[in-house]
Design a protein around this ligand. Structure first.
Ligand code: PLP
Length: 392
């Protein structure tokens, strides 16, 4: 037997269980319609929620920054990679959230890993919603803290776990603001109350909420008027802001602590300056063009209502992420395939990304989708849903 035969076996097993993943190639930037396999398909699974990823003004800012600063940052932040433009963006983000400080990270994944492993360790306890993003799950595991998983959104369960662990050194409650696969919202007011009562730190991952939730797009914390109550906020640039990268915002001492102890922050090359220039411009557009957010919400309501009228189960989604629950992997991927044949690209999502039996199509809406685009999608969902006996 060869040394790597086990890989072939594992791959075969994934195929037999309908868990095998294949990368799909899009041949141009994330617009409502994209070229794929030589033809045009409606893109209904991108996180480019506000349509900023190919905004000409942001492209221009990036190009100008490349001219001014070059392509790469040339080092990690703690050696020579900290450029004035990184600082400019951090100051801007702190003002954006009304927090004392902010710190950039290369991605949301690395931000969560860095924070959780720096802040929490042996003798500590992390309370984590069972549907938190994989980067939180991995950060919890790597931290070596005790991990208490509470049932999704269940604050009574969280409280019962908080009661059991009163003697721990540090306590942290961590949650997605908007859940990435279910599109529902964390009960932040109740969570913050519990944190106060049981003396726990709080962290909210706003990856999907920045630019979309709250009266001015500052996220679910703004929506609940809790921006000043949370200890740690994580936001990303790769979704509504149309670029790439992430940040943490919080107290000055927390950021100082991360600069000194966050291994994922310390041991990696800093973000390219052009990314910072793009995000600075993107933050401007967020304030200058609130109509993008309004268009997104109009689109979300239209599509979700349409899907519900057809008889699809969109779970308890309250957001621009609309899960269409199917159940088992085989039929989910068949629906995904047939929709793509009908020129609608919606990715089927299977375990381990979602729990067993909860496979779904994860539909995401963009502000730049037209009413005709969404009606086209609904027509195809109806056709394929009927073919597969999922709706009548
Ligand atoms: N947190 C949540 C809730 C996410 O959905 C994601 C990405 O999908 C991340 C963190 C990771 O962010 P990034 O893509 O910037 O690594």
């Amino acid at each position: 037997m060869g040394k790597i035969d086990f890989i072939e076996k594992e791959l075969q097993s994934l195929k037999e269980r309908d868990r095998y993943r294949q990368i799909r190639w899009i041949e141009e930037g994330p617009s409502p319609w994209v070229r794929m396999n030589g033809g045009k398909v409606l893109l209904l699974c991108s996180n480019n929620y506000l349509g900023l990823a190919n905004d000409p003004r942001l492209k221009e800012k990036m190009l100008q920054a490349v001219e001014a600063w070059g392509c790469g940052s040339g080092g990690s932040r703690s050696i020579s990679g900290s450029l004035a433009i990184h600082r400019l963006l951090e100051e801007r983000l702190a003002r954006f959230h009304g927090s004392e400080e902010a710190l950039l990270f290369n991605s949301g994944y690395s931000a969560n890993l860095s924070l959780l492993t720096a802040l929490m360790g042996e003798g500590d306890v992390i309370y984590s919603d069972e549907l938190n993003h994989a980067s939180i799950v991995d950060g919890c595991r790597l931290s070596k803290a005790s991990i208490q998983i509470y049932r999704h959104l269940d604050m009574e369960h969280l409280e019962s776990l908080l009661k059991e662990n009163q003697e721990k050194r540090r306590k942290l409650i961590v949650t997605d603001g908007i859940f990435s696969m279910d599109g529902d919202e964390a009960p932040l007011p109740e969570m913050i109350q519990l944190a106060k009562r049981y003396d726990a730190l709080t962290m909210v991952d706003e990856a999907h909420a920045i630019g979309v939730f709250g009266p001015t797009g500052r996220g679910t914390l703004e929506h609940f008027q809790l921006s000043q109550e949370v200890d740690i906020l994580m936001g990303t640039f790769g979704k509504a802001l149309g670029c790439f990268g992430a940040y943490m915002a919080g107290k000055k001492s927390l950021i100082e602590f991360l600069i000194n102890t966050g291994r994922v922050f310390l041991y990696t090359t800093a973000l390219p300056p052009s990314v910072c220039a793009c995000v600075l411009a993107s933050l401007d557009l967020l304030d200058e063009e609130p109509e993008r957010r309004e268009r997104l919400w109009t689109n979300v309501h239209y599509l979700r209502e349409g899907l519900n009228q057809l008889g699809f189960d969109t779970m308890k989604s309250q957001a621009h992420i609309i899960p269409v629950l199917i159940g088992e992997p085989k039929i989910t991927m068949e629906m995904d395939r047939r929709l793509l044949e009908s020129r609608v690209f919606v990715q089927g999502i299977r375990p381990p990304t979602v729990p067993e039996g909860k496979c779904r199509l994860r539909v995401t809406v963009m502000a730049t989708h037209s009413r005709e685009d969404l009606s086209f999608a609904l027509e195809k969902f109806e056709k394929v849903g009927k073919e597969l006996g999922l709706v009548r």
